[in-house]
Design a protein around this ligand. Structure first.
Ligand SMILES: *Cc1c(COP(=O)(O)O)cnc(C)c1O
Length: 398
């Protein structure tokens, strides 16, 4: 008989400064251990309603249809696409990084056709190209893109493209996985018809839920489908019967809600409400500015120009002569700090450093800069001290 005794769970404490998951506040972790309720218990339904109400605040929307999907950010992406598209539909997708590419993968599995508007990784998408695609294609159902592209660190301006989509009768759908809760996302004001996020990035909870919201136009498209949604688990018409508040109708079981994850999302949303959205965005900006100033003083260059950088994730070019994996491994083993490597064409060329949610704190900026000040010279890359430059961006009490 093999020994089945695997010992007590004891994961190391990491500083999670990669592309997600980010660290989670102790009170959010604590919420995970609250007593379980049944998924139709009136006490749980009240918790669901509170959670959804807070989600609307973070999405800055009054959309009735706002729910957390069971699953990670990709489940939110898949739910948006499989519910709003039918076989033969055309969707225009902006692709300038890894996650835009993932959308096209999903679209093809639901029998819809993707028309790509592309930009080089690390660049923004050009609204003119969306306009051209919309004029050329005539019957476009959705225009979709990634707000903050986690593979490149680019923040895509969206308002102009939203307007173009509407002018051509298309829905505007965006991925706000790496922006919601850390970067301004104004669903109603910007005319976003559908968007989805994930709990483990700027929202400050563990991975496991994908908040999603649909505006009235998207709900209308969903209600007037000719074919059933091809994915039963993510069918929003069914999920709405459980999550949605409908007069004189009781909640219908669809699948067992991940009770503990809902608790922890609720607690994370409570911390956001306490901090206030404006202050939260300002905090993400301050700490990202501090990090970049520190990096630049260390002699490291950013991939993305200032105007289009997302504060949730910074991509920094790996200097000539330094080995990507060697440095990341040393950061993890010697400093217990995780940062991300590059994806696709950026593999081996950039590091991806996240400052999301609870991780976005001055002490973490300093921890990473300090670690690099020790590590980089040890691997042959001499650096001046970067922490002083970072300190100029955050208030240190004397
Ligand atoms: C992380 C991420 C996803 C995928 O989310 P998972 O939680 O890994 O499924 C999708 N889009 C963007 C922009 C992301 O950063």
């Amino acid at each position: 008989m093999p020994d089945l005794n695997i010992g007590e769970l004891n994961p190391p404490e990491r500083l999670l400064m990669g592309p997600g998951p980010a660290n989670v506040a102790p009170r959010v972790l604590q919420a995970l251990s609250a007593p379980l309720l049944g998924h139709l218990d009136p006490a749980f339904i009240e918790i669901m309603d509170e959670t959804v109400a807070e989600l609307r605040q973070v999405f800055q929307t009054s959309n009735q249809f706002t729910i957390p999907i069971s699953g990670t950010g990709s489940a939110g992406m898949e739910a948006s696409l499989c519910n709003l598209l039918e076989p033969g539909d055309t969707i225009v997708i902006g692709v300038s990084g890894y996650f835009g590419g993932r959308m096209t993968e999903m679209v093809s599995r639901y029998g819809a056709r993707s028309v790509l508007v592309e930009a080089e990784w690390g660049h923004t998408l050009d609204p003119e190209q969306f306009k051209a695609a919309l004029e050329r294609e005539k019957d476009v159902k959705i225009v979709a893109l990634v707000h903050a592209e986690t593979s490149t660190g680019v923040l895509q301006p969206v308002e102009e493209i939203a307007k173009l989509a509407h002018d051509h009768g298309a829905l505007f759908l965006i991925d706000v996985v790496t922006s919601l809760g850390g970067i301004d996302v104004r669903v109603d004001e910007w005319g976003i018809d559908a968007c989805f996020s994930g709990t483990q990035k700027c929202l400050g909870a563990p991975p496991g839920l994908a908040p999603l919201t649909l505006g009235p136009r998207a709900v209308e498209v969903l209600r007037s489908r000719k074919t059933p949604v091809a994915n039963w688990y993510l069918d929003l018409t069914l999920l709405d019967k459980y999550w949605g508040e409908h007069k004189n109708q009781s909640r219908a079981y669809h699948h067992t809600a991940p009770i503990s994850m809902v608790y922890s999302l609720r607690e994370a949303l409570r911390t956001i409400a306490e901090e206030g959205l404006e202050e939260r965005f300002a905090r993400h900006h301050r700490n990202a500015s501090a990090l970049r100033a520190g990096f630049e003083t260390l002699g490291l260059q950013m991939l993305v120009p200032d105007a289009y950088r997302t504060d949730s994730l910074t991509t920094v070019l790996i200097p000539e002569g330094l080995d990507d994996l060697t440095i990341r491994r040393a950061l993890l083993s010697e400093f217990s700090i995780e940062i991300g490597g590059g994806l696709g064409p950026l593999a081996g060329k950039v590091w991806r450093v996240g400052l999301m949610g609870y991780t976005s704190q001055p002490r973490n900026v300093f921890a990473l800069l300090n670690a690099l000040e020790q590590l980089l010279p040890a691997h042959g890359f001499e650096v001046p001290r970067g922490t002083a430059a970072a300190a100029a961006h955050v208030v240190l009490t004397a």
